[in-house]
Design a protein around this ligand. Sequence first.
Ligand code: FE2
Length: 427
Amino acid sequence: MEFDIIVKGGTLPDGRVADIAISGGKIVAIDREIAGQAGRMIEAAGNLVAPPFVDPHFHMDATLSYGLPRINASGTLLEGISLWGELKPLLTYEAVKERALAYCDWAVSMGLLAIRSHVDTCDDRLLAVEALLEVQKEVSPYIDLQLVAFPQDGFYRSATARENTIRALDMGVQVIGGIPHFERTMADGTRSITELCEIAADRGLMVDMHCDETDDPLSRHIEQLAFETQRLGLHGRVAGSHLTSMHSMDNYYVSKLLPLMAEAGVSAIPNPLINIMLQGRHDTYPKRRGLTRVPEMLKHGIRVGWGQDCVLDPWYSLGTADMLDVAFMGLHVAQMSSPDDMRRCFDMVTNVNAEIMGLDHLGLQVGKTASLVILDAGDPIEAIRLRPDRLCVIAKGKVVAEKDKRDTTLSIPGRAKSVNRRHKLPV
Ligand code: FE2
């Protein structure tokens, strides 16, 4: 056989119709028409063929634990953290691993093939770290799982967090996290950023901090994160997750902050499903949206991705492992409604998120890893609108998930027909 797989006649995100040839786990050709034999011919039939979905912010140690040991009654971040604290001593290695693997199955079925997961380092047993390192190994043939050492209860606020976070890095966790807004004082939060970034610089690691996940306009830890990124030469390796306080900050202050973030090359990872759910809970009306300033950051050239954060856990009672849900919510809350912005949101949950995670091998280009997804939609905007079936998912050169296309048929008199909810937009 000349090729392992040829995907015939797919519509690429940029609108081109092309065949994609795959061999040895790589994309070896993309062309209008590829002649030749293949072990497997897949007819894309004009459907959208996209790079895989990527989630740069998730908590795989907590996922699918909704209701254990109880639900979050107030719906706040802080009750979620204390609820997680109640569940933590009850966790077992086996249960964490089983839930994580079950979630990875969901992810693959939705074409989500790269995930950055924070793992809590405030349990002295570090069993979630052990379990997720094992899951990382098991799913590596089809999912790039990147782990962040995350001192959930505070790097200084929790007595053993500092030691345990360093132990987790020694065990092989690849990214260093933090939660400055949850330290006891603003000063401790600032200090934690400095120390965590210094550890990252010493060890050559990436940084991804939960940063300013609050409605408090004076929570300004992102400023310190940008400063340390600059001071320690960590450009391109640092992300600030959430940044919700920016929604409420003084406009003049933000006009100074955004250029500093751009200069430092700090990426931003808002998590719209969670931010719109958790933030503004102390407000009456008007109620703040609690999403960071995405269009403004994009205008300043700051790299912004969309993260999912949670699925069925102490913080969020829904979730489907579908990054199109995330893009859909983000687009609404950030009011990114123009065609260019909507296409950009699709790019954010695929290519941009991969860039933030440093996954240069992903993307729909010759020479890249053959990971892609065929969707039951005609283009990226339609994909966000429909959040449709993933017809076929290819990971690292192998078909890992497939779904039969099936329209719904109406049986209303005079309206008997098949309905697929597609709608072609005027050009
Ligand atoms: Fe998070």
